[in-house]
Design a protein around this ligand. Structure first.
Ligand code: TXA
Ligand code: MG
Length: 339
């Protein structure tokens, strides 16, 4: 495994190495504006299977195909409707993934046998440059072992992935910190399957309507069919048990949290609650949503490393990107929420 530091710019020779590696079924960890991805040649079935193996990812959970431009996108899909085109025009490149009908060049290994493919055009300069230089789409899930919090900086994921990939490309901390918004147009209505930095309000403004799939905030029951296989699987979980405290009233929230503090407990909470929560194991998540989204996966890993019996996490308002934060935190806590 090699680590390339591109925090201060892309190195041309190293870029050649990366492209060579991708041409030889290599796996690379690379930054995007959302989270780091583990990427490989999306058109090579054998390379794609190596990603599932590296992550320990269930084989029924499809990967996102990353493209650098519209030409490349058009080769991967067919039958784009007017509303889908509108979404593409407004949100790509950016933290946005659209589920479209796949073309023949996309192997079923990428889509977990579905006839649809998830397409994303990252705006991150490094991600874009790699895809463009490679000249083909790159299949990439988030860079983490399946079930663990996603990686938003190299230091968080170096250890768990170092024997599993060929290159790490360090582009610094990712800007957004949560994975892209995943949307599928169902009966002409853009439906959010996974919330992200492109919010329901953003989509409604462009499309005139938007639906939020019920499994964005609710657990999938064993007999239910889901629009997105990822909804069924365990996600974003530290090894320590976590509980989400979703209580708006300040004094009741603080009281509820303080009741837990006799045990060996760590708290990930808002800055404004810091002095009121009586523990020396308080991890400050900040107060504004952009800051929280940027840091939350690193903070979850940090809390886990304290080896406490329990991690208590404060909720945020599910508004704007807050919906995406809550979608992740509810899963982190295995739907264990105190209201
Ligand atoms: O921001 C992101 O989207 C990051 C960066 C690396 O681009 N990638 C990412 O990939 O989060 P991953 O594999 O962790 O999440 C992909 C999600 C999963 O929930 C998967 O089930 C869903 O997209 N998905 C992929 N293909 C799909 C399809 N054809 N239909 C429905 N859902 C799909
Ligand atoms: Mg993931």
């Amino acid at each position: 495994m090699k680590l390339y530091d591109w925090k201060n710019g892309i190195d041309k020779n190293e870029l050649n190495d990366i492209v060579n590696s991708l041409n030889n079924e290599g796996l690379i960890v690379f930054p995007t504006e959302t989270v780091y991805g583990i990427g490989t040649d999306a058109l090579n079935e054998h390379a794609v299977k190596k990603i599932y193996e590296a992550k320990g990812r269930p084989s029924d959970n499809p990967l996102i195909v990353h493209v650098s431009d519209m030409n490349m996108l058009l080769k991967c899909v067919k039958n784009i409707s007017d509303i889908e085109q509108k979404l593409i025009d407004n949100f790509m490149p950016g933290p946005f993934t659209l589920i479209l009908e796949k073309s023949e060049i996309i192997p079923y290994a990428v889509t977990a046998n579905l006839n649809t493919v998830a397409i994303r055009m990252p705006s991150n300069e490094i991600a874009n440059k790699i895809i463009k230089s490679f000249g083909k789409p790159i299949a990439a899930p988030s860079a983490n072992i399946s079930g663990k919090p996603s990686g938003t900086r190299i230091d968080d994921i170096k250890e768990e992935l170092q024997n599993k990939v060929d290159f790490f490309i360090d582009g610094g901390n990712t800007d957004i910190g949560l994975e892209s918004t995943v949307v599928k147009v169902i009966k002409n209505i853009p439906t959010i399957l996974r919330p992200g930095a492109i919010t329901p309000e953003d989509i409604e403004r462009i499309a005139g309507c938007v639906n939020i799939d019920k499994h964005v905030m609710n657990e999938v029951l064993s007999n239910e069919i889901v629009e997105s296989p990822g909804m069924k699987h365990k996600h974003y979980s530290p090894k320590t048990k976590c509980i989400l405290i979703d209580i708006k009233d300040d004094s009741r929230r603080i009281q509820t949290i303080n009741k837990y503090l006799d045990e060996d407990v760590c708290v990930i909470g808002k800055s404004k609650d810091k002095t009121k929560i009586k523990t020396d194991k308080f991890i400050d998540m900040g107060d504004n949503l952009a800051e929280i989204s940027k840091n939350i996966f690193t903070l979850l890993r940090k809390a886990d490393s304290l080896n406490c019996n329990l991690i208590i996490i404060e909720s945020v308002e599910p508004e704007g990107i807050g919906l995406a934060i809550m979608n992740r935190l509810i899963r982190t806590c295995g739907y264990n929420v105190i209201r």
